[in-house]
Design a protein around this ligand. Structure first.
Ligand code: NAD
Length: 358
């Protein structure tokens, strides 16, 4: 048994689906179901006894302690977070609450559970914390890619709150000996991505005939990794990572945002051509840049590759084609997420705190 937190979000849900598809052990999935959590992503697991969903907050120490005592997981994988940079600029408090206080409470609950385990289970236990490359700050065009030795220079409320959680995880290892692992990954893309993030937003807006808003000059560079490759990296680190270490995860796919948007448009032109024959790229509109927008992130993932033999399975070309095709085939998922019908359903299902769905 493992405990996954935030397993109804974009990466966490992909991880749970992949984990169970690989035939691995059962999962207790603790998720608060904020706007970003979506049980429809996990609909294929309905009735699967290997997946036990619990709606709740990682900051709820009593709930987490109870789940740990009841299910006795051999590992905790922490995806739960507020994750959207724009939201963190307009409302940073939720980010401090979940990413900092929530991570602290989770660590404390896990420490209490772990310290009471018999020696063999204690030695085998792992706490894997999923984090971001944004903690390292911004690079110039000529700087080398981030390695695990880069100092932390977070620039947004989101990245600062994630940096704080990374430091707590590190300290819980050094101070209390908690067996932790941390992964710092670049931008993910793929199925089930909430349509506020760049790639799904562009697909959804393009199909709806809306503007495709690109911040500033569109030349902000990010490294992109297909979400399932991130999931395989997490599985590998959990399996064989050295305790207390951090591992960068990336796809060697540095691209400016405008190139990403143009690639999405070209794929849509091919797969769902517009009736009037024009390209979706005519909908691109440049908008005022985000305050403090980091210019470039790039990830050096050689440690993970050399030490643990991990490699991404997808190139950017194969991954982005799969992603666009997935959104074209899953319009219902997008519509439900956007319509509010899904939220109403969740509120009805989970009217009581700590409601549990097997
Ligand atoms: P997401 O926003 O799609 O999902 C986050 C999930 O956490 C949601 O299901 C939400 O309901 C849940 N959650 C939020 N607050 C919670 C709380 N207090 N208690 C329990 N659950 C809570 O995010 P994502 O893109 O899937 O990211 C998952 C993790 O990976 C985050 O920690 C993020 O920082 C990290 N990360 C994301 C990316 C990326 O490109 N998306 C890249 C690197 C790292």
């Amino acid at each position: 048994m493992i405990l996954v937190t935030g397993g109804a979000g974009f990466i966490g849900a992909n991880f749970v689906l992949d984990w169970l598809a690989c035939g691995a052990e059962p999962v207790v999935n603790l998720d608060k179901l904020t706007y970003a959590g979506n049980l429809q992503t996990l609909a294929s697991l309905q009735g699967d006894a290997r997946h036990h969903f619990v709606q709740g907050d990682i900051a709820d120490s009593a709930l987490v302690a109870r789940l740990l005592a009841e299910h006795r997981p051999r590992a905790v994988v922490n995806f739960a977070a507020e994750s959207h940079v724009d939201r963190s600029i307009h409302g940073p408090e939720d980010f401090v609450q979940t990413n900092v206080l929530g991570s602290f409470r989770l660590l404390e609950a896990v420490r209490g559970y772990w310290s009471g385990l018999p020696a063999d289970e204690k030695a085998a236990f792992r706490f894997l914390h999923v984090s971001t490359d944004e903690v390292y700050g911004s690079l110039s065009a000529t700087d080398p890619a981030f390695t695990e030795d880069n100092k932390y220079e977070p620039n947004s409320p989101y990245s600062a709150s994630k940096a704080a959680s990374d430091h707590l995880v590190r300290a819980w290892h050094h101070t209390y000996g908690l067996p932790v692992l941390t992964t710092n990954c670049s931008n993910n893309y793929g199925p089930y991505h909430f349509p506020e993030k760049l790639i799904p937003l562009m697909i959804v807006n393009a199909l709806a005939g809306k503007n495709l808003p690109v911040y500033g000059d569109g030349m902000q560079v990010r490294d992109w990794l297909y979400v399932k490759d991130h999931c395989s990296a997490i599985r590998r680190v959990l399996e064989a990572g050295r305790l207390g270490e951090t591992y960068n995860v990336g796809g060697w796919n540095e691209k400016p945002n405008i190139e990403i948007v143009k690639t999405v448009c070209a794929l849509l032109d091919e797969l769902r051509p517009k009736a009037d024959g024009t390209s979706y790229s005519t909908q691109i509109t440049y908008v005022t840049d985000r305050p403090g927008h980091d210019r470039r992130y790039a990830i050096d993932a050689r440690k993970l590759e050399a030490e643990l033999g991990w490699k991404p399975a997808e190139t950017f070309d194969t991954g982005i084609r799969k992603t666009v095709a997935w959104y074209l085939a899953n319009g219902d998922w997008v519509q439900n997420v956007q319509s509010g019908a899904y939220r109403a359903w969740v509120e009805q299902q989970y009217a009581k705190p700590e409601a549990v769905q097997a």
